[in-house]
Design a protein around this ligand. Structure first.
Ligand SMILES: [Zn+2]
Ligand SMILES: [Zn+2]
Length: 141
């Protein structure tokens, strides 16, 4: 895998330790954090970084196609370093966002193409529900 600094440089971004930290965090998580979560996670190691910097950095990343912004119906966006379109599940109780990879979607794309003469490039599919953890907690009352 390429060095994060190298990736940022190739995108024409000035490489700063804070930008590297934000991108690395997103590369190493499947949690789909929002800006605030990223800020809190990086605060101990980057005490001079502000929340505004995190927002600005995420905005640059989004414009350069390094991250995708997900709106799952909350007040703030979630961020994903996997920029290829993929479906997500969202727990309505704890807000957990997970990646979902469905082979069946290829069939659905094919069906749409046949029936509507429409080529699907990307889908924004979000399945809302309750995750296993929350269901267990609910049962325990
Ligand atoms: Zn949950
Ligand atoms: Zn994702």
């Amino acid at each position: 895998m390429k060095e994060t600094a190298q990736i940022l440089k190739e995108k024409g971004l000035k490489v700063t330790p804070q930008r590297i930290a934000v991108y690395n965090m997103l590369l190493n998580t499947t949690e789909h954090p929002n800006a605030e979560t990223i800020y809190k996670a990086l605060e101990p190691t980057n005490p001079t970084m502000s929340l505004a910097t995190v927002y600005k950095t995420l905005d640059y990343f989004k414009q350069l196609g390094l991250v995708q912004e997900l709106n799952v119906g909350e007040g703030s966006s979630r961020y994903d370093a996997v920029v290829k379109c993929h479906p997500h599940t969202v727990c309505v109780q704890c807000g957990k966002v997970q990646d979902l990879y469905l082979d069946e979607l290829t069939e659905i794309h094919k069906k749409v193409e046949d029936e509507l003469d429409f080529q699907v490039n990307c889908e924004q599919l979000i399945l809302y529900g309750v995750c296993g953890n929350c269901r267990r907690k609910n049962k325990e009352g």
